[in-house]
Design a protein around this ligand. Structure first.
Ligand code: ZN
Length: 587
């Protein structure tokens, strides 16, 4: 009798698990791998996972501009949801993000299968032994609900998908430093709360045709701590490359052709500036993997390639997470040291002329002249072709900054405070008025963008010199000490030469504007008087000689004398942020 009951109980357990697992088939799987679920369906699946398993937890990490919850799933084998307690167990934390570009939902469907398999597949649940996984299934939730079959013209499925931007038409993957969108602010709070050890951002590429279902970006070209760079190159990359090859999903670095679509022009790599996700995590000493599945592959292939890449990453983190965490701790400690600040800090990079030859499995193509536009276009055939191509992957810094002890933000630029808070940067405000000797920059030959970029008029090019000035600071001005872990983020925010800097985003454009002008009846006699000074005369003649348009513009000539007179604006083109190299500032 007892045995009969036991048997009945076992049967009941198996049936329950079976029906649960049946319910846990993802929308993507049910659609025969052709479709991706909408927001509501995704959230209810996430909640279903959390309901049937105590190791899965559902949470929201913020709210979108249209009022949707930003969803988060946590998988932790001890059912922990507090990052500090998880860190104490010694487990590594992996943060996976999907749908920052909601038209590219591969990571969402791969991640939902992975979380289901944490419950249903013992081989996969083992991957939680040494790793806790935090997953954002849909980041740009409002963009996700701008759902249509016509959102990604180059992309082969799913049937319908979301849109590239958030509800304000902002690309969240350009917002990591300026942190304007509510989604970015919520993401930064999440990032600083969890301090992940590895980050993955899932996308779908555009561009040329080739064999690889998945290309990847890793920050291994000079913008990361050297030991973390080596870990990615020597531990992470060989393992996943080999595993993906064996699983029949060969991978390749995410590259551009040096000339648009022209494979034979060679391949180029870059350093991702921190306005993009993995560029941002790089300067926070957290390796970030960019997954770009190939848009011409069918949806099923792309989602499964992403799934495999997540699994193999988890395998590496299970085996080598401890070592990675130690390296990260050392990199964080080093970022706040004097030794770090004394080393010139690279802000931007360009590939050098050195290249290596690399095997590339591309496609046959012909170059066609368009009857319609007269332009050149590339027509890919169906046959694969092995190419040996020059690969320009030797990146060199093109600009550096000398890092100070303190950056100083005058009170009238207090808008920066909110950005500092978003990045969890430590600062204090002075409670007295003072004048400080500080370094800053004087700009010339500034050109501004002629079209809008993420709602900004960007600064396109400029030259600058270092100057020293007496910075007048009013009670409430902000002082940012650089002896903190976030020093690299501070430098990218405030150093004009960083491609992510607030200056290049146009936050300081008013400093370039001329606000006072001289009337001609004043400037005509003033100019004649000024020309009696031989040094003014020679610099005027130099301007005439060097700038062919100058002599043709009578107003420019008169204004030249204004801007070289005692009436000129002494503050124009001077960066208001100060850098203090010596001494101690207290509040
Ligand atoms: Zn994308």
């Amino acid at each position: 009798m007892k045995q009969f009951y036991l048997l009945c109980n076992m049967l009941f357990a198996v049936t329950t698990l079976f029906s649960q697992n049946n319910k846990l088939i993802t929308f993507f799987e049910k659609s025969n791998y052709l479709e991706t679920p909408r927001y509501d369906s995704t959230i209810s699946f996430c909640k279903q996972l959390a309901k049937v398993s105590a190791i899965i937890h559902y949470a929201s990490f913020g709210e979108s501009p249209e009022g949707r919850e930003l969803p988060l799933l946590i998988a932790d084998k001890d059912k922990l949801t507090n990052p500090e307690l998880i860190k104490k167990t010694g487990r590594a934390i992996l943060l996976i993000q999907a749908c920052i570009h909601a038209g590219e939902p591969d990571g969402k469907d791969a991640g939902l299968m992975l979380f289901r398999d944490f419950i249903a597949n013992p081989e996969i649940s083992k991957l939680l032994n040494n790793v806790t996984v935090v997953f954002i299934p849909i980041y740009s939730v409002d963009g996700h609900e701008r759902f249509s079959a016509y959102n990604r013209i180059n992309q082969n499925g799913p049937k319908e998908m979301g849109w590239r931007t958030n509800a304000n038409n902002l690309n969240l993957n350009r917002d990591y430093i300026k942190a304007e969108a509510p989604e970015t602010k919520a993401w930064l709070t999440l990032f600083n709360k969890w301090n992940p050890d590895f980050f993955i951002d899932c996308h779908v590429t555009d561009g040329a045709d080739y064999i690889y279902p998945l290309t990847y970006g890793l920050e291994i070209n000079g913008n990361m701590d050297s030991k973390l760079t080596n870990w990615q190159k020597n531990t992470y990359l060989p393992y996943v490359t080999n595993a993906m090859e064996k699983a029949n999903y060969p991978i390749f670095p995410y590259v551009s052709f040096r000339e648009w679509h022209d494979i034979e022009s060679g391949l180029e790599s870059w350093v991702t500036p921190p306005l993009l996700s993995q560029g941002y995590t790089a300067i926070a000493n957290c390796p970030g993997l960019l997954i770009e599945t190939h848009m011409l592959k069918d949806y099923k292939t792309r989602v499964f390639a992403t799934y495999k890449m997540l699994v193999y990453t988890l395998e590496v983190l299970n085996n080598s997470g401890k070592e990675l965490m130690q390296l990260e701790q050392a990199a964080n400690d080093f970022s706040s040291t004097e030794k770090f600040r004394k080393t010139p800090f690279p802000l931007s990079f360009e590939y050098s002329k050195d290249s290596v030859f690399i095997d590339f499995k591309g496609k046959e193509f012909t170059k066609e002249i368009s009857d319609l536009s007269g332009g050149l276009w590339f027509k890919f055939g169906s046959d694969y072709k092995d190419y040996k191509l020059p690969y320009f992957n030797n990146l060199k810094p093109t600009s550096f900054a000398q890092l100070p002890e303190y950056y100083i933000v005058p009170r009238q630029y207090a808008f920066i405070e909110e950005i500092l808070k978003s990045h969890n940067i430590k600062y204090f405000k002075i409670n007295y008025d003072t004048t400080l000797s500080a370094n800053t920059y004087k700009f010339k030959n500034v050109t501004l963008g002629t079209s809008s970029n993420e709602g900004h008029q960007k600064v396109q090019s400029f030259e600058m010199n270092i100057i020293t000035l007496n910075l007048k600071l009013i009670y409430g001005s902000i002082v940012i000490p650089m002896n903190q872990e976030k020093s690299k983020i501070i430098a990218h925010l405030l150093e004009p030469k960083s491609p992510a800097s607030l200056l290049q985003w146009g936050y300081f454009n008013s400093i370039f504007e001329q606000k006072e002008y001289g009337e001609s009846y004043v400037l005509e006699p003033l100019a004649i008087e000024m020309l009696k000074d031989s040094s003014i005369k020679s610099s005027y003649e130099k301007e005439v000689k060097n700038n062919p348009n100058f002599p043709k513009d009578s107003y420019a000539i008169l204004n030249w004398f204004y801007t070289h007179s005692k009436y000129k604006d002494e503050q124009q083109n001077i960066y208001p942020i100060g850098k203090v190299f010596n001494g101690k500032i207290s509040n």
